[in-house]
Design a protein around this ligand. Structure first.
Ligand SMILES: [Zn+2]
Length: 278
């Protein structure tokens, strides 16, 4: 009942971010063994989304970083020239067909893909027929630019779609088979997205657990607004996933889109469910 009928992981782009920033308290001697750094100390990451077919139409979870970037910005983050629209096209879906976009939070690599430069000048929505779902707290914090990163909540990503946004408060199921699960820590209003599909439920954790290696309790992000709460949230949602048999969908792992939780030496670990893919 109420289940989504299909869940498809999409790779919407790739980027590189500073390895120290991505692993917080973990020393480089440890994280560099998990994922090698380039000459600029950056590690390879992906941006990933889910395409969900539900009774409420086609739903995209996460919009990626889009294409409103200068060459200088592209070089800084090694942004691949690829967007959620490219990934959808590979599955025969046009941006106009997306009825809903659900976002974990509004940092640039998740929400900038909501808007594009219009041919006539100015900005236009990338998904012109979509309603956008986000926690109220996240929307308010983004408009107030409440972040230690000064250039991640950009109004150019948000204002052109403001009239399409539906704000949610706490856990709820706004669309058939799609449950919003608050997961604060990375930001105050961060949410994870549980999709009840034809097989095991899939939890898209967002930046609460961005890669396989972030299952390690101490692997917080330097970008987290609240490091301790981020750790508590991660242990809670991964623990719930283990108990309830949920599959984990990762948003930034360079190689893997899906993983399962396992208990190993008393700690929860993530085991990839798919072969590595570019
Ligand atoms: Zn983020």
């Amino acid at each position: 009942m109420n289940a989504a009928t299909s869940i498809t992981p999409l790779r919407t782009g790739s980027l590189r971010l500073d390895g120290g920033g991505m692993f917080g308290l973990i020393p480089k001697s440890m994280w560099a063994r998990w994922t090698p750094a380039d000459a600029d100390n950056r590690i390879a990451l992906a941006t990933r989304s889910l395409l969900v077919e539900s009774r409420d139409g086609l739903v995209l979870v996460e919009a990626g970083y889009g294409d409103k970037w200068t060459d200088k910005e592209r070089a800084m983050y090694a942004l691949e020239r690829r967007t959620a629209v490219d990934a959808l096209a590979e599955h025969g879906v046009r941006a106009e067909e997306i009825a809903h976009v659900v976002l974990t939070h509004l940092h640039f690599d998740h929400a900038a893909g909501l808007t594009r430069e219009a041919a006539a000048g100015g900005l236009a929505p990338v998904f012109p027929n979509a309603r956008i779902h986000v926690q109220r707290q996240e929307w308010l914090d983004a408009l107030a630019n409440k972040s230690t990163m000064t250039r991640t909540y950009l109004r150019t990503h948000l204002e052109p779609v403001a009239s399409r946004v539906e704000l949610h408060d706490g856990e709820c199921e706004p669309l058939a088979g799609i449950v919003l699960v608050p997961s604060p820590g990375h930001t105050w209003g961060h949410q994870s997205v549980l999709v009840r599909g034809p097989r095991e439920p899939v939890l898209f954790t967002g930046d609460a657990c961005p890669t396989l290696h972030h299952a390690h309790p101490a692997a917080s992000l330097g970008y987290d607004m609240m490091a301790y709460e981020s750790m508590v949230t991660k242990l809670r949602i991964l623990g719930r996933a283990l108990e309830e048999g949920w599959v984990i969908a990762l948003d930034h792992d360079a190689e893997h889109a899906l993983a399962r939780t396992m208990r190993h030496d008393g700690a929860i670990r993530l085991e990839p469910l798919d072969a590595p893919r570019a």
